[in-house]
Design a protein around this ligand. Structure first.
Ligand code: FAD
Ligand code: NAG
Ligand code: NAG
Ligand code: NAG
Length: 547
């Protein structure tokens, strides 16, 4: 047979796509056996990895952390290429986030006696949820209670992270000993303060999951999610250094930027008699520039958000459309928006205070949505922003996470509106006057006695929600879906080619990417492993076919 090399086209130059290309290309037997090409719709590689810079500091617009360094392939690469040290300062280079200053709306500092009990109760709930219960940590009553609230559910309500936490908070009041003194401050009762601290912790969970609403996060599926052991760290030379290293083995020209796929034509049925024997490539890729490219295999690594849009549109990304099992899995799985906001503080004119500049790790407790004491100066899109902090102890760059509706809103706001919103929010948490004895918050070292003295010179924010190449940030297992849906998404097409080797056109469309990994979804290492998995699927196929 006139051996035309099988052509493999990978759609997307993010972690999954480049890892698959790397694996295929570096396999000792495959260098000469395949034609490999990566087509990327954007004008850079990395996808949801997007390292940038602000005020001389390295920052991450997307993936930020190595979630546990032990056994992490990302950490291994980072070590090999010496990416864990740098002369330039980088995001979260120190452990300073251990010392928060918690303020309540309208100017009260919350001391640890208010924050700690409810906060550690929240930790216990989350430990239980993640299944890593240090038995000795939980009292017998707490254990029984948590079990009950995690399993008890009426048919009307599917157990979610949100419902578990809500029942947890209800149970908390039952556990409380004889009330010492229900002492609050001003507009705050002790109970409302504790609720607000609990709500801060819930707000912090939103960007972890990417869900707008924790009531949409499936309770059970989360127990399948795995983390690596060891500490969580950021990458000194930036996450992009990992991507560049993975891409560096590919010959120049392998990656084609600015090539956005609009349609994937494939052949779900066995080829007709006529086609058999003809040396045709079964998949045709159509691009925005009008060009068409044929392939024997494509590995689709576009985000779950892009897939959701691709099955929704009447025109459709797949022709013929994907099988129902896939469409259902794609529809059921959750995919949310998380954005990062960076603000650079202006240098003050007062050089003395500049030297001592030290913005705190500010944690903000807000009044409930129905409270009459809500400060109108705090815009709605800031109310679930749990914290504002410098990216390391003395950095002039401040940072906040946004999720869900608030994250989308952030994308459409002008820089000016963001600066005004953040400034008036901060001032709503600062004491009215520094002479007020009850409010001993001292932010003078930052040069701020009230928010009006805060000046920002630059705003940088990510825009994952509206960018058509991502349409969101990462996936989660939504109520109504399960880990099986992640596996279904990972299955290659056409289906049911159990005797793959006899089928003339097997493995036409393969799926990789963060959302196709059952236990590591939503992460860079999940994307990495999915790329390896699909490269191996092709390598094994050709090995067993003697190529
Ligand atoms: C704000 C944020 C914070 C995060 N934090 C962390 C973290 O701390 N730790 C962690 O492990 N993970 C984190 N993640 C998740 C991590 O970034 C992703 O899971 C991972 O990078 C996804 O890689 P991927 O290859 O699956 O997808 P992508 O990176 O999305 O790659 C897919 C590629 O396909 C391209 N594409 C899309 N449509 C088309 C088309 N039609 N034609 C051609 N190309 C197309 C896209 O441009 C993209 O480059 C974060 C993500 C975000 C957004
Ligand atoms: C600060 O002023 C606001 C509005 O004037 C008021 O509601 C609040 O109670 C004051 N805070 C303190 C700590 O006095
Ligand atoms: C990636 O980072 C750049 C800044 O370096 C930013 O302009 C761009 O919007 C970022 N991409 C997304 C999708 O957030
Ligand atoms: C594949 O097999 C499953 C059951 O084994 C069946 O439900 C499905 O319809 C089949 N799909 C195709 C495309 O033949």
């Amino acid at each position: 047979m006139a051996a035309k090399k099988p052509r493999i086209v990978i759609i997307g130059a993010g972690m999954a796509g480049l890892t698959a290309a790397n694996k295929l290309y570096t396999n000792p037997n495959s260098k000469e056996s395949f034609e490999i090409c990566v087509v990327e719709g954007g004008n850079r590689i990395g996808g949801r990895i997007n390292t940038s810079e602000l005020g001389g500091d390295l920052i991450e617009m997307g993936a930020t952390w190595i979630h546990g360094i032990e056994n992490s392939p990302i950490h291994k690469i980072a070590q090999e290429i010496h990416s864990l040290d740098s002369d330039q300062p980088w995001e979260f280079m120190d452990g300073f986030l251990d010392d928060p200053l918690t303020l309540a709306e309208n100017g009260y500092e919350l001391n640890p006696s208010v924050v700690n009990p409810i906060s550690s109760f929240f930790d216990k709930l989350m430990d239980f949820y993640h299944g890593n219960v240090g038995e000795e940590e939980l009292s017998k009553e707490e254990k029984e209670c948590f079990l009950k609230i995690s399993t008890s559910n009426c048919a009307a309500e599917k157990p979610s992270l949100g419902s578990f936490l809500q029942r947890g908070l209800d149970a908390y009041w039952g556990f409380k000993k004889e009330e010492e003194e229900l002492k609050g401050y001003g507009s705050w009762s002790r109970k409302s303060l504790e609720e607000a601290v609990f709500a801060i912790r819930e707000s912090i969970q939103r960007p972890y999951t990417s869900a707008d609403d924790l009531f949409t996060v499936d309770y059970k599926a989360e127990s399948e999610y795995q983390m690596f052991p060891g500490e969580e760290i950021t990458i000194a030379k930036g996450y992009t250094s990992i991507i560049e290293s993975i891409a560096s083995v590919l010959p120049v020209g392998t990656i084609k930027l600015g090539k956005k796929v609009t349609k994937i034509e494939w052949q779900p049925n066995s080829p007709s008699e006529m086609e058999i024997g003809q040396d045709i490539r079964p998949v045709k890729l159509h691009f925005t520039d009008g060009s068409v490219f044929s392939a024997d295999h494509v590995i689709v690594t576009v985000s779950l958000g892009v897939l959701k849009a691709g099955i929704r549109e009447s025109s459709g990304m797949f022709d013929p459309p994907l099988p129902n099992s896939k469409i259902e899995a794609i529809s059921r799985l959750g995919y949310g928006v998380v954005n990062k906001l960076f603000l650079e503080l202006s240098p003050t004119h007062d050089t003395a205070s500049e030297h001592s500049r030290k913005f705190p790790f500010l944690v903000m407790a807000c009044h409930r949505p129905d409270s009459e004491f809500r400060n109108p100066k705090i815009p709605w899109w800031m109310r679930k922003t749990a914290s504002i902090c410098p990216i390391y102890e003395k950095s002039s760059v401040l940072f906040s996470w946004f999720a869900g509706k608030e994250a989308l809103e952030l994308e459409s706001l002008e820089d000016e509106e963001i600066i005004n919103g953040v400034t008036s929010t901060i001032s709503s948490f600062l004491p009215n006057s520094s002479s007020d004895e009850m409010c001993n918050v001292n932010l003078n070292s930052v040069g701020i006695r009230n928010g009006r003295e805060l000046k920002f010179s630059k705003v940088l924010k990510s825009k994952w929600g509206k960018d058509p190449l991502f349409l969101g940030s990462y996936s989660y297992v939504a109520v109504g879906s399960s880990g099986d849906d992640l596996d279904t998404l990972a299955m290659p097409l056409p289906q049911n080619t159990s005797h793959v080797s006899n089928s003339p056109h097997p493995l036409q469309i393969l799926f990789a990417g963060e959302a196709t990994h059952r236990t590591f979804y939503s992460t860079t290492h999940g994307a990495y492993f999915s790329g390896i998995r699909e490269a191996n699927r092709l390598l094994q196929h050709y090995q067993s076919n003697g190529v």
